[in-house]
Ligand binder design. Structure first.
Ligand code: UT7
Length: 329
C-alpha cells in the first residue's frame, strides 16, 4: 500500500464480429494467395463486420464483458476513452455514441486518434487522470472496422486488416501494482507512409475525386515495417528500463499484431523468447487500435497472465505514433 494513487486493470473484454474472411476468400477477390499472405504476414483469416454495424456496437459488447469482470455498473464509469480511426460518424465521437448505448451517464467522453497505438495512448491518459485524482474508473477501448476504409481492390492493404474491439476498465488503487508506467511518442514527418488522403476537411470527398480511390488506406508497407520494428523496440526498452525490469522479468509481451515477422524481429531484439509473446494475428489480422486489447483480453481469459506477472504492451501505427506500457498483475 502507498499514498500514491496507482491504476490497475480490473476487467477486460473483447468482441470480434462473427463473419470470417479467409485468405482463400481473398484469393477470389484480388491477385493474391493464401501462401503469400501467411508467409509475408502470418495472417490466416480476419473478422469483418456486417453493413450497419458500427464501432460503437463492437465496443458495447466488449465493454459489457469488461464491466462485468470489474464488477462495476455503467454509471460508475467517470471517463470513456476510445482509440479508433474508424469512428461511427465524423461527428460526434464514438465515445459519445457508446456512452448512450452503455447508459454510462456519468462519464466524460473522448475519442483518441492514434491509430494502432490508440489503446496504449488511452491507458496512459487514463492513468494520468487517475493519478491526479480526477477520475476513479476509466473505460479504455480500442476498436476498428477497418474493412470499411480499405480498398478491396488493393492487394497491398486489403489482405492485412480486420475488425474488432477490446476494452479494459482502469481503476484507482493504492496497491503497489497495476500500470507501472507508460511511454508515448510519435513522428508526424512520416505521415504519408500510411494515410488516407481524401475525405477529411482539407480535401473533402467530391463526385470528381471519389474515382481516385484515395479515400481508402494507402500504405508503403516495407517502409512502415522498418519503422515499426525500430520504434517498438525503442518504446519497449524505454519503459522496461524506466520501471526497472530486465528482459528475463517480462512474463508476457503483447505487441501490436501487424505482421508476424515484425513481432518476431521485435522479440529477438528485446531478447524475449517467442513462447513469452502473445500472438493472435493468424485469426484477426491487423485490427489497429483493437489489436492490443483483444490480445490482452484473450491472454487473461486463457490464464496466460498470472497474479504477480509482468506484461509489456507495445504498439506502433499511422502518424507515426507508438507507445508502450508495463503492467504488474
Ligand atoms: O498497423 C500499422 C503498421 N502496419 C504495419 O506495420 C505493416 C507493415 N508492413 C508489412 O507488414 C509488410 O510490408 C507487408 C505485409 C505489407 C508487405 O510485405 P513485404 O515483404 O514488405 O512485401 P513488399 O511490399 O515488398 O512486396 C513484395 C512483393 C511485391 O511484388 P514485386 O514488386 O516484388 O513483384 C508486391 O507487389 O509482393 C507483392 N504483393 C503481393 N503479392 C501477393 C504485395 N501484396 C501482395 C499480395 N499478394 N497481397
Amino acid at each position: 500500500m502507498s499514498d500514491k494513487i496507482n491504476s490497475k486493470i480490473t476487467g477486460t473484454g473483447s468482441f470480434a464480429p462473427p463473419r470470417i474472411l479467409t485468405n482463400y476468400d481473398l484469393e477470389k477477390m484480388v491477385e493474391t494467395s493464401n501462401e503469400w499472405i501467411i508467409t509475408r504476414s502470418g495472417i490466416k483469416e480476419r473478422r469483418i463486420v456486417e453493413d450497419g454495424t458500427g464501432p460503437s456496437d463492437l465496443s458495447l459488447e466488449a465493454s459489457k464483458i469488461a464491466l462485468r469482470e470489474a464488477n462495476l455498473e455503467p454509471d460508475q464509469i467517470d471517463l470513456i476513452l476510445i482509440g479508433t480511426v474508424t469512428p461511427d460518424y465524423l461527428l460526434p465521437s464514438t465515445a459519445c455514441i457508446l456512452q448512450d448505448k452503455l447508459k454510462a451517464k456519468n462519464a466524460a467522453v473522448l475519442d483518441i486518434v492514434a491509430a494502432c497505438s490508440g489503446f496504449i495512448y488511452g491507458l496512459s491518459i487514463a492513468s494520468a487522470f487517475i493519478a491526479i485524482g480526477q477520475y476513479k474508473n476509466v473505460l479504455v477501448i480500442g476498436v476498428e472496422t477497418l474493412s470499411k476504409i480499405v480498398n478491396w481492390e488493393d492487394r497491398n492493404t486489403c489482405v492485412l486488416f480486420g475488425d474488432g474491439a477490446g476494452a479494459a476498465v482502469v481503476s484507482a488503487t493504492t496497491e503497489e501494482k497495476g500500470i507501472l508506467g507508460t511511454f508515448l511518442s510519435g513522428d508526424g514527418s512520416l505521415a504519408n507512409l500510411l494515410h488516407i488522403q481524401l475525405g477529411g476537411a482539407k480535401v473533402p470527398l467530391t463526385k470528381e475525386n471519389i474515382g481516385l480511390k484515395q479515400h481508402y488506406i494507402s500504405m508503403q508497407g516495407n517502409e512502415v515495417f522498418k519503422s515499426a520494428v525500430r520504434a517498438m523496440e525503442g518504446a519497449a526498452k524505454h519503459i522496461i528500463q524506466k520501471v526497472g525490469l530486465s528482459p528475463e522479468e517480462i512474463d508476457l509481451l503483447i505487441p501490436h499484431q501487424a505482421n508476424i515477422r515484425i513481432i518476431e524481429a521485435l522479440a529477438k531484439r528485446l531478447k524475449v523468447p517467442m513462447d513469452r509473446v502473445y500472438v493472435n494475428i493468424d485469426r484477426y489480422g491487423n485490427t489497429s487500435a483493437a489489436s492490443v486489447p483483444i490480445a490482452l483480453d484473450e491472454a487473461r481469459k486463457k490464464g496466460v497472465i498470472k497474479e504477480g506477472s509482468n506484461t509489456v504492451l507495445v504498439a506502433f501505427g499511422a502518424g507515426f505514433t507508438w507507445g508502450s506500457a508495463v503492467i504488474k498483475w
